[in-house]
Design a protein around this ligand. Structure first.
Ligand SMILES: Nc1ncnc2c1ncn2[C@@H]1O[C@H](COP(=O)(O)OP(=O)(O)OP(=O)(O)O)[C@@H](O)[C@H]1O
Length: 590
């Protein structure tokens, strides 16, 4: 199969991220770059005649162009003319370098803007992932794809493609000049530089690409390990396993560092190789003239010219090669940015309906669900109806499908068969956002962010409504607790709510749902780490909510939690196996 050339690949991928306006900006940038390259070459070329004129007195009059300019500007002495010429060249270099710096600034700004766009697009892509896909990918990988990859793409592809294109122009101009001026030298240059550049690139390109891919696999592993070590700090410390985790991180880092070192080396190699080739060419010309032609003055001219040409060409060819090798190393960033771009949830984000009416009931109608990539259905033919304002309990052994059922109701998953209807209307994808405005979810492990209790309840709202906050605290049985805190709602919860007890964390979740004015509350009672006191606190909050007209669905692991429920469904192997009242359930378990 024909492998796409790295330059075409890079340009193609870059074009995808540019809006029409940015494409015009890129074209302008490219055009300015050509001018800068021309000025670069012209600057160096202009030095040669001036130096030649200065080295041979009287030569100004002999040269057609120099004498024309001399007379035009009305100079009286050759010295004055040469002084003027060298100052003019200085002024030219000054302006040229100001201009090229300005272009570099523009280019850096431009690529940084595009990179910002890409970060944003990556975030958009990952926040619209279906929940199951997100779980499959994992946080460490998402951090890598959304934050690290765009920067690597910026440095490894975008900036390199600009370097590549501008240096190609310089090489082209210089080589063309040499071809016209000294065809012999042109042949020497082509014979020496082309095969070596080609061979160096061939040797490095596959290794570079593999290296990039391997780094892309290893980096998220490193993040995951560090995240695990600190998320599991307590357990790992008690099990005396922190040292082992440290060793694993060390091994992973050692591997990454050795690859980084190789990658650095690959970027240095082209310069060394090209330098060797240049000196080898000089030696060859030298030997050839010495042994076969015997004409030493001719030798000095050719070697001198070759050295001058190589002096200008070598850095350019080096930069071209390095840019190509670097792009090869970063090919994985193009692939990572491409990932999921064509997936169906990306290509047509469903236009959303403004509201969903919920006045009567929510109904599960023959709902079945199987996780993608698995064979066994987790839910099968589930049917039940919850009237508005009812409190419904769900029980069942671990793995019976309770959480999955709630995730379907919350639209984090989509059922393959059947319908979930609200007031008779199927909850299709276009109702997702409207439905999310009505529902709240208190998970087993309530999510708490680094911030104050206020931030955690209002989820970062800039100006939270104080009245609603007070009501939410009251309903979640948190008001008394908050009063005991010197800083009240401004108390910081600590990382993942570390400064709060399990019961307090769950009640923050309840307060959050109350603040949001949730109409349908889904609660997943915590299974572990709830002592009697905490359980009482959470139950107190749930009992309080029972007095409201909120519709509540509770997954419970303790029967006592379900005291206020109108009905309790028991799930077994993904099916509704029985329906109880609270008294029936108590009688059954006595
Ligand atoms: N992302 C997933 N991919 C594949 N299978 C999954 C996934 N999440 C859950 N499952 C499987 O689906 C089944 C139901 O899981 P679910 O979390 O709904 O059970 P549950 O009744 O809530 O259990 P628990 O009471 O322990 O929380 C389990 O067998 C589980 O292994």
């Amino acid at each position: 199969m024909l492998q796409k050339n790295i330059v075409t690949l890079a340009v193609g991928s870059l074009l995808h991220y540019l809006s029409p306006a940015e494409k015009s900006r890129a074209m302008l940038m490219f055009f300015l770059q050509i001018i800068a390259s021309l000025l670069d070459v012209f600057g160096l070329a202009s030095l040669v005649p001036v130096v030649m004129l200065a080295s041979e007195p009287g030569s100004v009059q002999k040269s057609k162009w120099a004498s024309w300019l001399y007379n035009l500007l009305g100079f009286q002495t050759e010295k004055g003319f040469l002084l003027f010429a060298i100052l003019a060249i200085f002024a030219f270099f000054l302006i040229k370098n100001l201009f090229t710096s300005w272009i570099s600034y523009k280019q850096v700004r431009f690529t940084a803007d595009v990179a910002l766009n890409i970060v944003d697009k990556q975030f958009e892509k990952y926040t619209t992932l279906p929940f199951w896909k997100f779980q499959e990918i994992g946080t460490a990988r998402v951090v890598n794809e959304a934050l690290v990859i765009p920067t690597s793409y910026l440095n490894g592809i975008m900036r390199q493609i600009f370097v590549f294109l501008s240096e190609i122009i310089i090489v082209f101009i210089v080589v063309l000049g040499i071809l016209l001026y000294q065809p012999e030298l042109f042949v020497i240059l082509v014979v020496t530089l082309v095969p070596t550049t080609f061979i160096t690139y061939r040797v490095l390109k596959n290794r570079s690409q593999e290296l990039g891919h391997e780094l892309d696999i290893q980096r998220p592993r490193a993040y995951a390990m560090v995240m695990d070590t600190f998320a599991g700090f307590v357990e790992l410390k008690l099990a005396n396993k922190l040292g082992r985790f440290r060793n694993r991180i060390y091994e992973n880092q050692r591997y990454i560092q050795s690859m980084e070192a190789r990658s650095y080396l690959y970027n240095l190699l082209p310069l060394r190789v090209i330098e060797m080739v240049a000196i080898l060419a000089i030696v060859t010309i030298f030997l050839y003239s010495l042994l076969f032609s015997g004409n030493m003055s001719n030798l000095v001219t050719i070697v001198g010219l070759f050295a001058a040409a190589a002096y200008r060409l070598m850095p350019s060819v080096n930069r071209i090669l390095t840019a190509m090798v670097t792009m090869k190393q970063h090919i994985y960033t193009i692939e990572a940015l491409d990932a999921f771009r064509e997936a169906e949830w990306q290509t047509h984000k469903v236009p959303q309906k403004a509201t969903v009416s919920f006045e009567n009931n929510v109904e599960f109608n023959h709902v079945s669900f199987t996780f993608p990539g698995t064979a066994k259905p987790v839910l099968q033919d589930v049917n039940f109806t919850v009237k508005k304002g009812e409190k419904i309990g769900f029980i069942g052994s671990s793995g019976s499908g309770k959480t999955t059922l709630m995730n379907l109701l919350l639209r984090f998953y989509s059922q393959q068969n059947g319908e979930i209807r609200v007031d008779g209307v199927p909850l299709t994808a276009d109702y997702t956002e409207a439905w999310h405005r009505l529902v709240g979810y208190v998970k087993q492990d309530t999510f708490l962010m680094e911030g104050s209790l206020r931030d955690n309840i209002a989820l970062g709202e800039e100006h939270p409504d104080e009245q609603r906050l007070a009501y939410a605290l009251e309903q979640a049985s948190l008001a008394d607790f908050v009063k005991t805190l010197p800083e009240g709602l401004d108390t910081v919860a600590g990382e993942r709510g570390a400064k709060l007890s399990g019961g307090q964390r769950q009640r923050i979740g309840i307060a959050r749902a109350m603040y949001k004015q949730t109409q349908v509350l889904v609660m997943d009672e915590a299974t572990s780490a709830l002592d009697n006191q905490t359980e009482r606190e959470v139950n107190e909050a749930i009992n309080k909510l029972s007095g409201t007209d909120m519709t509540i669905l509770i997954i419970a692991h303790r029967i006592t939690t379900l005291r206020q429920c109108d009905r309790i469904y028991e799930l077994k192997n993904g099916r509704i196996a029985a329906v109880y009242t609270y008294d029936e359930l108590v009688a059954k378990h006595v």
